[in-house]
Design a protein around this ligand. Structure first.
Ligand code: PEP
Ligand code: MG
Length: 591
């Protein structure tokens, strides 16, 4: 038996076995001292220099990136650079040094606490993760100030890297030949560290409770990034078992990636399009490499919320055009700005709302702020002249709202036409089905648009009344809830009856345990994170659509999540006896 088993969240699948070492155990030590009046200016300079040194290390890491590194790392480094230089962080800390005579580390620590206090009023994964980024940057500056910056890896260690948290700069410097896995105490499934781990393709766990307290470094570890656990000092039998699993997983992973470019067609000839979800144009290369046939969802708000000022039409047009050109003839589906609730602009005042998830978000925000909406619509329309572009509106609640959004789009089209600015007059326009009201109105809505894209993350949240960012009810956010399965079926049937296509672009699309249900519907398209595409395409190619249809017809009569998940599990074990242990579900299957 292993000495201890720590639980964590698998963010990049696989198994690693080896000795561990620490990169850092958290923020450097903080001196809580009041600075003498005549030393205040030199303390302020110490802070400014530390901020500049850390910013320079981010900038240096960014320069080292070549195109093959993928866009996410560049984006993460840019956002950390932005945080580093944001006056809300360094400026406020500097004020505390000058006005309250705090030591630089202390001032920074206090500033982070007050930012965290503001953030904590909004419970949401996005905000929590942005706060994690702020903390990460501040920790890095504090480590620099307290002289702990050199307590970093010498670059010579081999093995499993452990850290309180990893900055993008740290992660980019990792050499997968020497560092074959990492685990951190901080972080969540969609944190930047998680995203980076997936692009480095080394097994990784984040959010490992007790990591820094229970390990000293030097222990032999098994990182099980399939089941989300870390075994400390495993015994011989565990070691032998895991070495075997590791070998099998490596063979499986190589097999599925090699075939990622092949079309996704079931054994009995049902074709399904597999596209990618992206946050920026820089990810186009990763989409193609992963076997994505295009982009089914561009979360355009990421081009807004990571910056201090609003982008103008020209900037947006250039970015959207680059994406359309890079992926042509593949499709690129731009979702209009989905801000509000958990996604807030850094440079704008957030409305004070008691229930932000039920408030001024997504299409509602755009209808209220039509100047911002029109700028984006014009940019997408102009980009449509350069590729295969589609547009969709998020969080549509009914026909009236959709018609209003479409009328604003039509006005933008008329303006462009009057100015003789080219755009695709036939650009498909769709909606995201994310609200129970849209499910109930699916037939009427289908007559007004060219396609549906089901945003299951929100559809589950709003149908089951489960806040998708609240960890206390996270186990209830279940795509295999009978109500969700029936809702999707109703949307698919109504859309097909009206002759339009249906995509699924929530996390459900990347979940092997949900795939048989979606194939049975059948949905026409799946859109998911690029890293998950090879596995889902592999599964589709080895599935039998007829069996999935039969499974779905039973699932539609089932009263509980457990009964549906048992049916799916049975089918997967029957069809994929060798691979099923490598399927990582996005949610608990035992609810
Ligand atoms: C969804 O709600 O499923 C979706 C894809 O949109 P987002 O996760 O960006 O809200
Ligand atoms: Mg959504």
């Amino acid at each position: 038996m292993a000495k201890a088993v720590l639980q964590g969240i698998a963010v990049s699948t696989g198994i690693a076995v080896g000795k561990c070492f620490f990169l850092n155990r958290g923020p450097g030590s903080v001196r809580h001292v009041t600075v003498a009046a005549d030393k205040v200016e030199s303390e302020a300079i110490r802070l400014v220099e530390a901020v500049e040194a850390v910013a320079a290390s981010f900038a240096g890491a960014r320069e080292l990136l070549d195109d093959s590194a993928g866009g996410i790392q560049v984006e993460v480094l840019d956002s950390h650079l932005l945080i580093c230089r944001d006056p809300k962080l360094s400026g406020e800390a500097l004020k505390r040094v000058r006005e309250q005579r705090m030591s630089a580390e202390w001032a920074l620590e206090e500033t982070v606490s007050s930012i965290a206090e503001t953030f904590s009023r909004i419970v949401s994964p996005y905000i929590r993760e942005r706060m994690e980024d702020v903390r990460l940057v501040a920790d890095r500056i504090i480590r620099h100030l307290s002289g702990d910056a050199s307590a970093q890896s010498t670059g010579n260690e081999r093995g499993i890297l452990l850290a309180h948290d990893l900055s993008p700069g740290d992660a980019i410097g990792l050499n997968p030949e020497r560092i074959f896995s990492f685990a951190t105490e901080q972080g969540g499934k969609t944190s930047h560290t998680g995203i980076l781990a997936r692009s480095l393709r080394i097994p990784a766990l984040v959010g490992v409770t007790g990591l820094c307290d229970s390990l000293r470094g030097g222990e032999l570890l098994i990182v099980d990034a399939l089941k989300g656990r870390l075994l400390v000092e495993p015994d011989e039998a565990e070691l032998a078992e895991y070495l075997q699993v590791q070998e099998q997983y490596a063979a499986y992973d190589m097999r599925i990636r090699k075939l990622a470019a092949r079309p996704a067609e079931t054994l009995d000839g049902q074709r399904i399009a597999v596209l990618a979800n992206v946050e920026s144009a820089a990810e186009a290369g990763t989409v193609l490499k992963s076997g994505g046939e295009g982009v089914g969802l561009v979360r355009t708000e990421f081009g807004y919320i990571t910056r201090a000022t609003l982008p103008d039409e020209e900037e947006l047009y250039n970015e959207y055009r680059a994406m359309a050109e890079a992926l042509a003839p593949g499709k690129v589906t731009f979702r209009t700005l989905d801000v509000g609730a958990e996604k807030v602009f850094s440079g704008r005042v957030v409305p004070d709302e008691a229930n932000p998830a039920l408030g001024l978000r997504a299409i509602r925000y755009c209808i209220r702020h039509q100047d911002i909406f029109r700028t984006q619509l014009r940019a997408v329309l102009r980009a449509s002249a350069h590729g295969n572009v589609s547009l969709m509106f998020p969080l549509i609640s009914g026909v009236g709202e959709l018609r209003l959004a479409k009328s604003i789009l039509n006005e933008a089209k008329q303006e462009l036409a009057a100015g003789r600015i080219p755009f695709d007059r036939e650009m498909p326009v769709g909606i995201m089905v994310e609200l129970p009201s849209a499910v109930l109105m699916a037939d009427d809505l289908a007559r007004e648009v060219d396609f549906f894209s089901i945003g299951t993350n929100d559809l589950i949240q709003y149908s089951l009344g489960v806040d998708r960012g609240n960890r206390h009810v996270a186990h209830m956010h279940q795509p295999l809830h009978p109500a969700i399965v029936r809702a999707i079926k109703q949307v698919v049937d109504m859309a097909h009856r009206e002759g339009i296509s249906v995509s699924v672009c929530g996390e459900m699309a990347a979940d092997p345990y949900c795939l048989p249900i979606l194939l049975g519907m059948p949905v026409d398209e799946l859109s998911l994170a690029p890293q998950s595409i090879p596995a889902i395409k592999h599964l589709i190619r080895h599935s039998d659509a007829d069996k999935c249809r039969q499974l779905l017809s039973h699932a539609l009569g089932a009263p509980t999540i457990r009964s549906i998940s048992n049916m799916v599990r049975q089918l997967l074990y029957q069809c994929f006896p060798e691979d099923v242990s490598f399927f990582v579900s996005q949610q608990s299957m035992d609810a």
